[in-house]
Write a protein that binds this ligand. Structure first.
Ligand code: ADP
Ligand code: MG
Length: 487
């Protein structure tokens, strides 16, 4: 039994789920229409059923009583005719009675031997009626229900002179009352249909009220989906939940529009920054090319001259003088090329890592600017961060120190690098003239923007704390394991 029960349960659940998903997928219009129509038709059907049932019960009782009453009344009259043996008069009286009362289907009289002695049938007495029980009832009348092709017929019999002289049978037809009941039922059904039609109109109006704003909302949502943020809904006409929904929609579109604007602006700034970075790179290349051409080219040319002189040297002192000049020129050139290479990208950064590279940077800064720099490195030990993280931090420190040299007029600088957990934090502080970071012009200040972009690219944070006369502090933090490097 258990599997069968669980199968039925599963089937039941499946049917309910199917019905639910069907109801959910039906359009709102149909839902409301279906609800209204269903309710009206249900009430109509129940009312018609109840009224019909009550009327039918009443009808049966009424017909029973009527047939009994007429039969009982007639039994005395018939007895009078029998006493004077006026069968013709009796038949005439019975026919008159049937004609004057449309409810009466027929009447006939049997004598004590069961013979039909008078009846109301014009064309002879129907044979099937003879099949009816011939027994003579006693004083109480008997009743039977005949189902004929003319409908229900109640036939009551009453004994004449307590049954000793025969019996009178009276049949009352139900079809007329039945037709009346059908008429009432028909009228009720028509009323129900009328109400249903009216209900349909009403619910159509209601759905129109509901679905029109919903349709507008849908249209507006599609427009927003396609990127049109200028759509607005006019919620003034509805003050209900739909109106509130429209207000909410408008607010949402407004904030979407401003978010989109911000995104576009950011995109524009990024593109603009990229252009400027590229222009900066091109400028840098130009500078290096010029340096190579002007300085290295010049130096090599003078080396050539010295070599020529060496070739033509006539005595020992000329030779040693030329060799000395050559050595000096080559040494200077080596230093210049080294500086150039370091400026481009210090090989120490790749070979030895961030800390030695920053140490070198700081040393050269002190040497060149004569400004005190205190460098503190915590938690690095022999560890190496990802290459892109190292490059990023190196460039940030380089730019920060360059800014100190160019703008700060500082006498002391401190550089702190701290590796804690999987994060590297850096703080570069100077005691210079300071500036307002909010006033930095994003269009011309490639340095600050570059530092910001570099750290953001590695999901790091970057901020400058400074105000005029207060010195400047630059703080950044990023993951030591920034991932794949795109450089
Ligand atoms: N340490 C600092 N002290 C004072 N002013 C600074 C400092 N760093 C940056 N600034 C100010 O911020 C501006 C923007 O710097 P930056 O973006 O590097 O551009 P640039 O160095 O090319 O002028 C500088 O012009 C300068 O006015
Ligand atoms: Mg700068």
């Amino acid at each position: 039994m258990a599997p069968a029960a669980s199968f039925i349960k599963a089937l039941f659940k499946q049917t309910i789920d199917k019905g639910k998903s069907f109801l959910l997928s039906v359009p709102l219009k149909l839902k409301i229409l279906g609800l209204a129509l269903g309710l009206i038709l249900f009430f109509g059907a129940v009312t018609i059923y109840n009224v019909q049932k009550a009327l039918k019960e009443n009808m049966d009782d009424f017909l029973k009583e009527e047939s009994r009453f007429i039969a009982a009344g007639l039994s005395y009259q018939v007895y009078d005719y029998l006493l004077i043996n006026d069968l013709y008069g009796l038949t005439q009286m019975l026919r008159d009675m049937v004609q004057s009362r449309p409810d009466l289907r027929y009447i006939f009289v049997r004598n004590s031997t069961g013979q039909v002695i008078a009846h109301t049938f014009e064309g002879g007495f129907p044979a099937d009626l003879l099949m009816s029980p011939a027994g003579i009832p006693s004083s109480s009348s008997e009743l039977r229900l005949l189902h004929t092709n003319e409908g229900k017929i109640w036939e009551a019999s009453a004994g004449i002179s307590n049954g000793s002289e025969g019996v009178v049978l009276v049949a009352v037809r139900g079809d007329r009352l039945q037709r009346q009941i059908e008429g009432i039922t028909g009228a009720l059904a028509r009323t129900t249909l009328l109400v249903a039609a009216f209900g349909m109109l009403l619910s159509l109006g209601l759905t129109w009220l509901i679905t029109r704003p919903v349709g507008r909302l849908l249209k507006a949502t599609r427009a927003v989906q396609d990127g049109d943020y200028s759509v607005r809904l006019i919620p003034a006409e509805t003050k209900d939940e739909l109106g509130k929904l429209m207000e909410g929609f408008n607010a949402m579109v407004l904030s979407l529009a401003s978010a989109d604007n911000a995104r576009l602006e950011k995109e524009y700034l990024q593109r603009d920054f990229l252009h400027r970075v590229m222009a900066g790179q091109e400028g840098e290349r130009k500078r290096i090319a010029r340096e190579l051409h002007d300085q290295t080219g010049q130096a090599l040319a003078s080396v050539m001259v010295d070599l020529k002189m060496l070739e033509n040297a006539k005595n020992e002192s000329d030779t040693s003088q030329s060799i000395g000049r050559l050595r000096k020129a080559i040494t200077e050139e080596m230093a210049a090329i080294h500086d150039l290479a370091v400026a481009l990208r210090p090989s120490v950064l790749d070979d030895l890592g961030l800390v030695p590279a920053v140490e070198m940077l700081v040393r050269s800064f002190i040497g060149r600017q004569g400004i005190m720099v205190e460098l503190t490195v915590i938690g690095f030990a022999e560890k190496r961060a990802d290459a892109c993280t190292e490059t990023c931090i190196y460039r940030v420190v380089q730019e920060a120190l360059a800014n100190v040299a160019r703008h700060a007029q500082a006498t002391e600088v401190s550089v702190l690098l701290e590796w804690r957990g999987d994060k590297i934090r850096g703080v570069i502080e100077d005691n210079g003239i300071g500036f307002d970071p909010d006033m930095v012009d994003a269009k011309t200040s490639l340095g600050v923007l570059g530092m910001q972009e570099r750290t953001q690219l590695l999901n790091g944070t970057f901020r400058i704390e400074s105000s005029p006369g207060e010195g400047a502090m630059l703080v950044f933090e990023m993951s030591a394991r920034a991932g794949i490097c795109h450089e």
